[in-house]
Design a protein around this ligand. Structure first.
Ligand code: ADP
Length: 743
């Protein structure tokens, strides 16, 4: 995808720097407070800061040697206004914080009508293939499980053999639910499979539910997440202003250095800081701060390093003079229809060295700038605490309580956080849908999926939440490392982790209970997604199981935010509608990329070509865009045009057809036009007939040779037009065509 930041936004860069200048430095007393409330900070809960001097640590973090294996943490391979509709506010502030500040909240369990994916005793595996696995031959499987045949409903079965570091929390959750665990796996099908890393941890699952989506690991790598959010920023710049400006390395190195140079030349007082994060890295490994592009470490040996370089947020909110971030657990219960839940309780991770704004001198102070638990635990200042509101790891509610006591409008903070989560999920769902249909093609047996994600969020001093990253495998460990002797670390129980994580896993299981699938959504997603403003009626009722079956479990700690807030956010799901078109033309073979013929079929079927935009131009457009994208897509199983390339082509076509409008309107109109031409979502059979050969037609091959251009081989930045038509468009619409800014 081309670069959203390609136009040198000097004004914006300046404004960050201006903000930086305007805002005073650091202390928590400077937190904006809601009017009329003034509470002084609580000095008694200040973190001790004695211990070893952390300043000598370098920011380029290396794998630390330990006396044991690495922890399971994230095991991956200007507040000007609230961007969230105010009607959302106040309804979902974390429960504990609410309790403490005496705001009553009526807990409701939300049941949604109409999903119909899994029927009692039958699993509808991927939306349209019905099999009867887990309850099949119930007596046989009951004997195998050592269960007596009984009239009572059998317990839900969970395969925990691949759970890895979530195992402890998972076991406790299963026990609380009185479900049946299969730690070694099971010959018969289980209702739920709990994977530690990815969808593919267990192959050949044809029924039940798996706690990972295909493609999630890939989609949430730093580069792909940045690309997905940037695409949304292009269409909805204001709505997606919660993600720091980012450049992808190595391909956007030139743009990055040029932009920084120009900004500095325009105003010598501006000196922004950037954080460099290796793609696929975690736990702070390999992260470093820079102030000049020449400080980038671009190569590993002879290979260019894949990384994201990102604007560093210089003024985070501080508590006890320490930077901290929020780990929020988010459940994607289903992709189609989209269902998102947010855990009302999360964790906050604190730095262990008092914060100072970045300067050349302190750039390498890891314990000041990076909040990663896995780094700070090795600082002599790390405070392990059994209390939820002291120490270097605290519950989110304790932090919100602390802020509320200072008069901060925490309802607003919380609603902004919910908005950030929903928008981020909306950004990654289009590509996930492509992965999903490739791994579990319609008409083939397969499981349904759900997934718990870990959102890392930083609060700026002005209380605006900023997305740092999303972890596809957030650590579910309920122990933490403790140095029991110099250099010797052991895992000891962590009450704070247990409190939060067991609740999240247990309640995820409760929501995924196959015997509790009465939820229905009365308004199903259509081929192009839901209409803007369309409301999904949400029915409230108690859990499907009777109270005695569920025991005395606490109320759900997961709160539904989507489809609950469909009205406020549905209009953002434009790229998902483009993905739905893309998938229609992929065929049924589990492809992830469009061949040239399929692209032509798309253009023809949607009647997008004419005498000004001939099929020859279409072919050239296909070749141009596909070439630049080849190799940059998360999954290069096959050649052809991936979704991101297709989205770029779609934006181009939209800009071409509706020249005078802004991109959002252009895209919306083109979508409506295409959807009207295509009619309702086709059946599997219809998709077969739409499926096309990926062989390049002779005519295109010839043209490809004529167009050979070294710049076309590199992805986004050195884009060149291949057809006159395409070039003409670029002259007309420099903003729309990212090609222009990349030249
Ligand atoms: P990792 O996956 O390696 O933990 P993150 O993106 O979470 O990478 O970054 C590590 C830490 O660096 C974060 O926890 C946060 O403290 C800090 N950080 C990351 N991005 C930014 C940013 N743009 N501005 C300020 N601090 C950041």
């Amino acid at each position: 995808m081309s670069d959203h930041y390609g136009n040198i936004k000097v004004d914006q860069m300046k404004s960050i720097a201006d903000d930086t200048k305007k805002e005073a430095v650091d202390t928590e007393e400077q937190v904006p407070v809601s009017s009329g409330v003034s509470v002084s900070p609580d000095p008694s809960s200040s973190l001790p800061t004695t211990g070893t001097d952390a300043t000598s640590s370098t920011l380029l973090c290396k794998q630390r040697s330990r006396s044991h294996s690495r922890p399971g943490k994230d095991e991956k391979t200007s507040r000007g206004k609230s961007v969230f509709d105010r009607s959302v506010q106040g309804s979902v502030v974390p429960a504990l914080a609410i309790k403490k500040i005496n705001i009553a909240e009526n807990e409701q369990t939300l049941h949604i009508k109409g999903t119909g994916k899994i029927l009692q005793g039958k699993s509808e595996t991927n939306g349209n293939y019905v099999t009867i696995p887990a309850s099949q031959n119930i007596h046989e499987t009951r004997r195998e499980d050592g269960l007596k045949p009984s009239r009572k409903r059998r317990p839900v079965t969970v395969d925990t053999s691949k759970a890895k570091t979530s195992l402890e929390a998972l076991k406790l959750s299963i026990k609380q639910l009185k479900w049946k665990e299969f730690p070694m796996g099971r010959r018969a099908a289980c209702d739920i499979y709990w994977h530690g890393v990815s969808f593919h941890d267990n192959e050949n699952i044809v029924s039940g539910q798996v706690n990972k989506f295909p493609g999630m690991v890939e989609m949430l790598r730093k580069i792909n997440l940045s690309r997905a959010v940037r695409t949304m920023q292009e269409v909805f710049p204001e709505e997606y202003d919660f993600y720091p400006r980012s450049w992808i390395l190595p391909e956007e190195y030139q743009q990055f250095s040029t932009q920084i140079r120009v900004v500095k030349e325009n105003d010598s007082t501006v000196n922004p800081t950037f954080i460099v994060k290796p793609d696929g890295g975690s736990q702070g490994d390999g992260i470093y701060l820079i102030r000049d592009p020449s400080d980038l470490k671009l190569m590993v040996g002879s290979q260019a390093k894949q990384a994201v370089v990102q604007e560093y947020i210089p003024k985070p909110l501080l508590i006890d003079k320490l930077k901290f971030d929020i780990r929020l657990y988010v459940l994607i219960k289903s992709l189609e229809p989209l269902e998102i839940y947010i855990a009302k309780e999360g964790l906050t991770r604190f730095c262990t060295e008092p914060y100072q704004e970045p300067s050349q001198k302190n750039l390498s102070h890891v314990f000041m700038h990076l909040t990663n638990y896995s780094l700070n635990v090795h600082s002599g200042n790390f405070v392990h605490s059994d209390s939820q509101n002291t120490g270097s790891k605290r519950t989110l509610s304790s932090v919100l309580y602390r802020l509320a006591a200072k008069g901060v409008d925490i309802k607003r903070v919380w609603s902004d956080i919910i908005a950030l989560v929903i928008k981020t999920v909306i950004a990654v769902v289009p590509e996930l849908r492509v992965y999903y249909q490739a791994d579990i093609p319609p008409g083939k047996p397969g499981p349904t999926c759900f997934q718990i994600l870990g959102f890392d969020i930083l609060l700026m001093k002005n209380l605006k939440p900023v997305l740092l990253e999303v972890n596809s495998n957030p650590s579910m460990r309920i122990e933490h490392e403790q140095e029991v002797a110099p250099g010797v670390f052991e895992y000891v129980p962590s009450p704070v982790d247990e409190e939060v994580k067991v609740g999240v896993i247990r309640d995820t299981l409760r929501l995924m209970d196959p015997f509790n699938k009465k939820q229905t959504i009365s308004s199903q997603t259509k081929s192009g997604g839901l209409e803007h403003g369309e409301e999904i009626p949400v029915e409230t009722e108690s859990q499907g199981r009777s109270p005695d079956e569920m025991g005395n479990l606490p109320s759900l700690c997961l709160k539904q935010v989507y489809p609950k807030y469909t009205k406020q956010f549905n209009y953002l799901r434009l790229v998902e509608r483009i993905a739905a078109l893309f998938i229609r033309f992929l065929g049924v073979k589990g492809n992830m990329r469009l061949g040239p013929t399929a692209f032509r079929t798309f253009i023809r079927t949607c009647k997008l070509s004419n005498s000004n935009f001939t099929m020859a131009s279409v072919d050239i457009l296909y070749i141009d865009i596909t070439r630049r994208w080849s190799g940059t897509l998360p999954d290069s199983r096959e050649a052809g045009m991936g979704l991101q390339a297709f989205v770029e082509a779609f934006f181009y076509l939209a800009g071409r057809r509706f020249k005078s409008l802004v991109l959002k309107e252009q895209v919306m109109l083109l979508l409506e036009l295409c959807e009207a031409q295509l009619g309702p979502q086709p059946s599997v059979e219809d998709r077969r007939s739409l499926s096309c050969s990926r062989a390049l037609p002779r005519a295109i091959k010839t043209q490809t040779l004529c167009l050979t251009n070294p710049h076309l081989n590199s992805p986004v930045p050195q884009r060149r037009a291949a057809s006159q038509d395409y070039q003409a468009h670029q002259r007309l619409k420099p903003r729309t065509l990212r090609a222009n800014v990349e030249n």
